[in-house]
Design a protein around this ligand. Structure first.
Ligand SMILES: *[C@@H]1O[C@H](CO)[C@@H](O)[C@H](O)[C@H]1NC(C)=O
Ligand SMILES: *[C@@H]1O[C@H](CO)[C@@H](O)[C@H](O)[C@H]1NC(C)=O
Ligand SMILES: *[C@@H]1O[C@H](CO)[C@@H](O)[C@H](O)[C@H]1NC(C)=O
Ligand SMILES: *[C@@H]1O[C@H](CO)[C@@H](O)[C@H](O)[C@H]1NC(C)=O
Ligand SMILES: *[C@@H]1O[C@H](CO)[C@@H](O)[C@H](O)[C@H]1NC(C)=O
Ligand SMILES: *[C@@H]1O[C@H](CO)[C@@H](O)[C@H](O)[C@H]1NC(C)=O
Length: 529
């Protein structure tokens, strides 16, 4: 222990201790004050605003997706820890305490099957003044292999890592800031969205405000759904396969049939529920001399199956259809002619404990085996939220309508399950649970439309509550003012670049209709109906 914090102190001494202010000395001496069971501090260092943190310990597969450094815009005290969660498992946890603290605690989440601390979310939320934590979800790296014969690691992934990070993080926040914190928040997307819902369902007291995007809920069936595309498309050599160029043909036909249903022909489908494309229009006429813009009937059947729900062995709905509009983003990943990697990992290392298993012969019988297991209730599909409602908690749920990895229709299914289970119509759910489908947004970001809603650094368009889902949640929790719409920015070229237009996204089940006058880029020409 001693050696661990003596090193930074020595380093600072050589720079001249006199230059350390109260915040900095509190940070560098903080490790000594931490005496929490199962927690071992590895590092406590001051990170100056405007510098890049070197992530030397970041597993290489995590660094591949997020780089080996993280730019930090404000002064923070960074604390890195190991926290044991059982005799055979532990999490790596980071707490970032900003100098400009606003009295709020927050936890970030994870993505995919990882295994990666989301440093960009720590940097983002610290920049907004939150005392923030992020964990590695119980294992290192993006693969599902650490689950193999390791139930405790799986348990961390299912729910324990996040909850442990919250319990430890709240204690540290109270120790670090004399004033403690008043409200606690969550921000996560994808697997992070599932973790947020798991917390609402299982630990209703952990957060006052939960912002969840594109949640990987109905998790087991999601992985079966992702596995079911390969048997539909086959490999690239197969007659049933569509190339990226073919999917472009499908996309253009879908836009031709569905783009104007919302009143504006702008390349963005506001409500895919209204879009039931008839794809036989794409079948090449026999003896057609030019087949660039048409498909074989086998290919059309593939597309039709992609846009159909997945049913189980006894005919029950396992997972809704892929929403139309996402096909250009989805083609290189979901319809690539290879089994989907995360699904393969799940079946190999969890369902069958057989590393040689592959998804090439996947059938719905496999889906039934997988669903019957549901380890640690990782399904995250419980729909009675009354405990959370009673504590006064609030949830803001969003989902991109061009999501290429997790169909937004699964979020709609969950919303209606909650409504049915709790016997609450949308007007009553609105009191604590609001759902915003976001047109023109892919998986947690990207996409063709106004997807900058402040869910992360890459989609940051300002900290005004109307432009920022996290700050909208703060306003809801602390001022009782709930968001009516979520305003998105369409960036010309990524976050911080010129905003081409804004669009206000409606709260489900209302949908956006263009009424004019003016152009579709005029946000006031749209109305929620
Ligand atoms: C930090 O990293 C970014 C790239 O992520 C780079 O553009 C910038 O120059 C770096 N800044 C410093 C101070 O090293
Ligand atoms: C955490 O768990 C992993 C895998 O079980 C193990 O290899 C590692 O040594 C553990 N680390 C700590 C700090 O306990
Ligand atoms: C908590 O709220 C009280 C009452 O509004 C306020 O006086 C106090 O400063 C807040 N504490 C923090 C840490 O923001
Ligand atoms: C993850 O990596 C960190 C840093 O190398 C290490 O301390 C920790 O034990 C690893 N965790 C597991 C579960 O292997
Ligand atoms: C086939 O049609 C496409 C699109 O209309 C066109 O670009 C292409 O030149 C045509 N190819 C031939 C061989 O005529
Ligand atoms: C259908 O199968 C699912 C699991 O695959 C099971 O939960 C459900 O009870 C079954 N329904 C009937 C009617 O057998």
């Amino acid at each position: 222990m001693t050696r661990l914090y003596a090193l930074p102190l020595l380093a600072l001494a050589s720079m001249g201790l006199a230059s350390q202010d109260a915040f900095e000395s509190k940070c560098t001496s903080f490790a000594e004050k931490i005496n929490i069971p199962n927690v071992k501090v590895n590092l406590a260092e001051v990170v100056k605003g405007g510098t890049n943190v070197s992530l030397a310990d970041n597993p290489s597969s995590c660094a591949q997706t997020q780089g080996s450094t993280q730019r930090v815009s404000v002064d923070v005290c960074r604390i890195a820890m190991a926290v044991s969660t059982s005799d055979s498992s532990n999490i790596t946890l980071e707490a970032w305490f900003p100098r400009e603290y606003k009295g709020r605690f927050l936890s970030t989440g994870n993505g995919g099957l990882s295994g990666c601390i989301q440093y960009y979310d720590l940097a983002y939320t610290a920049q907004l003044g939150f005392a923030t934590v992020g964990a590695n979800n119980g294992h290192n790296g993006t693969s599902g292999k650490p689950f193999y014969h390791h139930p405790e690691v799986l348990k961390d992934f299912a729910y324990r890592s996040l909850h442990t990070g919250v319990v430890v993080g709240k204690q540290l926040t109270k120790k670090f800031y004399d004033e403690g914190f008043n409200k606690s928040y969550y921000l996560g997307c994808s697997t992070g969205g599932r973790q947020g819902w798991k917390s609402v369902q299982k630990y209703p007291n952990d957060f006052d405000g939960v912002v969840v995007g594109a949640p990987a809920i109905n998790f087991i069936n999601l992985l079966s759904w992702s596995a079911h595309f390969y048997p539909i498309t086959g490999p690239p050599s197969s007659k049933t396969f569509l190339s990226t160029a073919d999917w472009k043909v499908v996309h253009e036909e879908i836009l031709r049939q569905c783009d104007s249903l919302d009143g504006a022909k702008d390349g963005i489908i506001e409500d895919p529920d209204l879009c039931r494309p008839i794809l036989e229009t794409l079948i090449c006429a026999s003896h057609a001399s030019n087949t660039t813009n048409c498909l074989s009937s086998a290919q059309v059947q593939t597309a039709q199956q992609v846009f159909s729900p997945l049913y189980g062995i006894n005919g029950t709905l396992l997972y809704p259809r892929m929403q139309p509009g996402s096909e250009l983003l989805a083609a290189p990943i979901m319809y690539s002619g290879k089994p989907f990697e995360y699904s393969d990992d799940w079946y190999k290392y969890v369902v069958y404990n057989d590393p040689s298993w592959t998804g090439t012969h996947w059938t719905v019988k496999d889906a039934a085996v997988s669903l019957a297991q549901n380890p640690y209730n990782i399904q995250t599909w419980d729909s009675d939220l009354s405990q959370f409602q009673k504590t006064g908690g609030k949830v803001l749920h969003y989902h991109g309508l061009q999501d290429q990895l997790i169909s937004s229709e699964d979020s709609k299914l969950y919303y209606s399950r909650v409504s049915d289970t709790m016997k609450l119509p949308p007007s009553k759910l609105d009191e604590f649970y609001r759902f915003f489908p976001i047109s023109g947004m892919g998986h947690c970001g990207d996409g063709d439309g106004a997807n900058g809603i402040g869910q992360g650094l890459k989609t940051y368009g300002g900290k005004d509550a109307q432009d920022n889902v996290l700050m909208a949640m703060v306003k809801w929790v602390e001022e009782g003012v709930a968001p009516e719409t979520v305003r998105g920015a369409k960036f010309a070229n990524g976050a911080g670049s010129k905003v081409e237009y804004h669009r206000k996204h409606c709260r489900y089940p209302r949908r956006n209709v263009f009424k004019g006058p003016g152009k579709s880029t005029d946000e006031n020409a749209w109305h929620c109906v």
